[in-house]
Design a protein around this ligand. Sequence first.
Ligand code: SAM
Ligand code: SF4
Length: 475
Amino acid sequence: MTETLPEPTPKKLFIKTYGCQMNVYDSDRMADALAPHGYQPAASMEEADLVVLNTCHIREKASEKVFSELGRLRELRDERRAGGQDLMIGVAGCVAQAEGDEIVRRAPAVDLVFGPQSYHRLPELIARAHNGAKVVETEFPPEDKFAHLPPAKREVTVKRGLTAFLTVQEGCDKFCSFCVVPYTRGAETSRPVEQVLAEARNLAEAGVRELTLLGQNVNAYHGLDARGRSVGLGELCFRLAEIEGIARIRYTTSHPLDMTDELIAAHRELDALMPYLHLPVQSGSDRILKAMNRRHTAEQYLDVIARIRAARPDMALSGDFIVGFPGETEADFAATLEIARLTGYASAFTFKYSIRPGTPGAELPDQIEEAVKIERLARLNAQIAQQTRDFAQSCVGRVLPVLIEKPGRNPGQVGGRSPYLQAVHMPGPERLIGTIMPVEIVAVGNNSLSGKIVTDAEPISASVIESSAVAAHIA
Ligand code: SAM
Ligand code: SF4
């Protein structure tokens, strides 16, 4: 029997988000699902009636952080109860999916544990927890979660700003030997084209100018259109670019094997598709790539990069690397430094390998000593930091189109993003927020670029945002 929440009474919700952009998107959708039931955002955990930890299981430390946060939440709940009030505690995301009952066993203060496929059932799960049950929901339900999640209210989207995430694909069938995603997020699925377009139209109508399409393996997207035809990510980008107001499209995270000719051609032909691509390689050694089950060699990766750059010569690359995978020798690591150099990354994320129970990597012999991992990570980080500085420096003197997103740190300044996702600060009036302006890059700062708007220039793309949307964003 389906239980429902009582009549909406004002309640406060605080969601703490760990991990990737997909969790950021999911947290917003959970808030949207609970808004019709009277839950409003709380500014802090201390103010909340319901706290949800939306967790990440990618690395060991991520789940340990969750358990220490749950310890603090138990103290908060005990204080509340001593004062005659209460606090409900939920755990969502990939730790919830992977650990299920174990969470309630280790942290009995937790009222509900639910995996990423159950977010549309959240109101019902909370109702069950209100009635005193310990709720653990980690099944993969048959219904389409996205079809049951309510859209955000327009004013909520307006407040979230000019850029938005939009999940188009979930799960992964690649089974890299280090990775928990295929177990926590399940098999690869793509949202239908019309559903994605409808969500994008709502976002654009509320003032969103830039979409970042999300998926664990986003370039494997193959959603069905209204006629039942399978559509790839390249075609989806073309369809999204037709929506009035959508000026920029990005997508993440991609697998090298799924960079199809169609998607590469979209980079050549579609101006709205930004020339910045996150394409993880993980290692530069063929031996390690094989042990990781990445299903491609270093040379094949470099070949994909060459094809992308032939289509879009100014493409900036970003990547992920794992150092210290079981069996990694100094020669294997040298190959990783070399592929990073050859690719010429504009930025990259680097990780020490961490054993994930249940993955094939956890069973491999020759686990690498922590001290060796730390030393290799430091060397890789130093090289990537230099490459990032070199790339930023190469932008000085260029005029880049910048989406002006917000007021700057100082009065009379505005801030935005370059096509390569770099933060750019420049003098300029707030009325330019929501426009794309030509900006000459004049200097490189620590984590951002300084620029000046090319005077007398017309916006490259005019604002389609109503003044109320801009005002709310500035507030
Ligand atoms: N789907 C993407 C891909 O194909 O590369 C990214 C998945 S994962 C959410 C993000 C990154 O975390 C991975 O690219 C990898 O570099 C890192 N990662 C995943 N599992 C790891 C592990 N067991 N130890 C260290 N890093 C890991
Ligand atoms: Fe994990 Fe990405 Fe490999 Fe899938 S492709 S198993 S998400 S690292």
